[in-house]
Design a protein. Structure first.
Length: 306
């Protein structure tokens, strides 16, 4: 058994070593290590930028009003009810703000989807999505719903906590919804406060492209798009609180989601969603409307839900 486990690892290391030697000689650069083509300052849509860049990843300025945050919660960053933005703005007024009694704590205490269907804003009574935990829900254009989605989120959460010297485990909660543990809440507000402080003192610019905000582009037509922020929820919230009107976002060709191709999305092919449900999720996020599970539980949301 030991040999079976260790042999594939040895082979992978040898293959990687030979590839790295070849890549160095040939001047090859892995896509993950290549800097994006910089379109900051240009008024271009994500699709146009990618076309101009020969389908290499690009760095573009996305207006705050076109950014959506907290995953399926789909908060527009220029709305008056984004919990991270509200908390960042309160920190600017009161530097001693703590997680307890913050807007973020109130959000996590009030918004607690009971299933993946509620998390995603799907009317799926007694259906597949209703049988899944919230953490098992996934956008229809991303990947299949289920345990893989859950454990990917847990792994990300634990990794983020370690960067701040915290030892959090899987049941501590997820950034996009409640409930969360006090430890997870403290992590979220600490990340936010550090970013607001840093950007207010030093501005927002990084020599390392790995620190850029990344997003998924939902596109109806070439110039009709919004960007769902993936990595960079806290950075974008800090920028909004500090009065920035746009955020630099890295986009790759695989990040473009066309509404007309919904029948090809993994969640539809896997039959986690009906085609109608998948398009409903797309349209809700595109418009910046929150799931029904927030109705009456979070400020201003009741007026946005149709």
């Amino acid at each position: 058994m030991f040999i079976k486990r260790i042999l594939p690892s040895i082979l992978k290391k040898r293959i990687r070593k030979h590839f790295e030697q070849w890549a160095h000689l040939e001047g090859y650069k892995h896509p993950k290590t290549m800097k994006p083509v910089n379109f900051l300052g240009f008024n271009v849509s994500p699709l146009e930028a990618l076309e101009r860049a020969g389908n290499n990843k690009v760095l573009i300025s996305v207006p705050i009003g076109k950014c959506r945050g907290l995953g399926p919660m789909a908060f527009a960053f220029d709305s008056s009810c984004h919990p991270l933005v509200l908390t960042a703005k309160e920190y600017l007024i009161n530097k001693r703000i703590d997680y307890l009694n913050s807007p973020l704590e109130k959000f996590y205490n009030n918004v607690k989807p009971k299933s993946a269907a509620e998390f995603l804003g799907i009317d799926d009574q007694n259906g597949f999505l209703s049988s899944l935990e919230p953490l098992e829900g996934q956008f229809p254009w991303r990947s299949a719903c289920g345990s893989d989605a859950k454990y990917t989120r847990i792994s990300i959460m634990e990794g983020e906590a370690k960067q701040y010297g915290l030892d959090l485990v899987g049941n501590e909660g997820w950034t996009e919804m409640g409930p969360v543990s006090t430890g997870k809440g403290l992590l979220e507000i600490e990340r936010l406060k550090r970013l607001v402080y840093s950007i207010s003192k030093n501005g927002f610019y990084s020599e390392s492209f790995q620190d850029y905000v990344t997003g998924t582009v939902l596109c109806k037509k070439k110039d009709q798009f919004v960007v769902v922020i993936r990595a960079g929820q806290h950075r974008t919230s800090a920028l909004v609180a500090l009065g920035y009107l746009a955020v630099p976002v890295v986009i790759e060709p695989k990040d473009i989601i066309l509404r007309d191709t919904a029948f090809q999305w993994p969640g539809v092919i896997n039959k986690d969603y009906t085609l109608k449900q998948a398009i409903e999720v797309f349209d809700r996020v595109f418009e910046g409307r929150q799931p029904e599970c927030l109705k009456g539980k979070w400020p201003d949301v009741i007026n946005q839900i149709k």
